[in-house]
Design a protein around this ligand. Sequence first.
Ligand code: NCD
Ligand code: ZN
Length: 347
Amino acid sequence: MSPQIQTITLTRPDDWHLHVRDGAAMRDVVPHTAAQFARAIIMPNLKPPVTTAQQALAYRERILQAVPEGVSFVPLMTLYLTDNLAPDEIARAHEAGVVALKLYPAGATTNSDAGVTDIRKTYATLEAMQKHGLKLLVHGEVTNADIDLFDREAVFIDRHLIPLRRDFPELKIVFEHITTREAAQYVAQADRFVAATITAHHLLFNRNAIFVGGLRPHYYCLPVLKREEHRQALVQAATSGSPKFFLGTDSAPHPAALKEHASGCAGCYTAHAAIEMYAEAFDAAGALDRLEGFASFHGPDFYGLPRNTGRIILQRQDWRSSVTVPFGEAELKPLRGGEVLPWRLMP
Ligand code: NCD
Ligand code: ZN
C-alpha cells in the first residue's frame, strides 16, 4: 500500500457559485471565502435582486470593502435574469465586467420570487448574452407542484435545458449545483458550451443526512440532497478529470433561527471550511490528484479567465470547526460546525 498523502499543494482555487448577502451579515462571511479562494461568482439573489450593471458595480464595491486588509479577492459579478430584463442592459453589464446572468425559475429557492416565469420571455436577452459572451447560470429545477421535489432537476433537463440548448447552441451554460446522476450524465455528454458546478455537501452527503436522528435543518438546501446513488455519480463526475465539472460551494448563509424554524430556509453554509470538505470528498474517493483540476483549473478555463498563480497548502490534520459564526445581528450555524474535520487549510 502506498503511504497516505499528508499534504496537498494546490493552485489557489476559485468558488464558482457563492452567496454572500449584503450589509453587516456580508461583512461576517466574505472573510471566510477570501481566506480560501482567489475569486468567487457572486449570486445576485438579494432583496431586491441585482438586475442592473450599476447595481452589480455598487454591490461589488461593498463586497470589496468586506475583504480583510492585505487579502486579495476578486468578486465576479452576476445579474439576476427576470422576465423583463432589457436586452440592452446586457451590453452595459458586459462593459461593467459582469460575467454571467443567473436564471432562477420563479419560486425555485431562496429569494427567487422575481425569477423567470417562462424562459421564452427572456429570449431577446439570451440572444444578447450569447452575442456578448455572458454565461447563463441555471438553477436547474422545475417548480411545478405536481413534480416530486426529488425529481425536479431531472425534469428540468428535458423540459427546459434541452430546448434552451437547441435555441442557443453557443450560449455558455453552467448547470449549477447539480445533484443527480441524470444531470451529471447530461453535462458529461454535452458539447463544450455546457459545464456544471458541484457543491462539497452534495459530494459528502446523501438525503439521509437531513433525517437521521431527527430533522436536521442545516442539511437542507436546494436542490435538496438526493439518494446515495446520485451522490456517487457526482463524486464520479467531480473526480473524473473532465473539464466540464468544477467547484461551486453554493455556500448560502442564513440566520440559524430561520433554519431552525417551522418553515426553515434552504441553504448550507460551507464557506468556513469549503476547500477542506472538498479535499475530504476527493480523498475518500482516492482521487486527491484530481482536486486541483476541479478546484483551480476547469472553472477559469470554462469562463475564459486566467488561472490563478498563488498556491494553498492543505494538511491532513484534525481540527474542530466552530459551532456558530456571527452573522450581522444574528448568528449562523455552519455545516458540520463543532465536528472534527480531517483536512486543514494552512495559513
Ligand atoms: C440559496 C440561498 O439561500 O440563497 N439556497 C440554497 O439552498 N442553495 C439559493 C440557491 O442557490 O438555490
Ligand atoms: Zn446558490
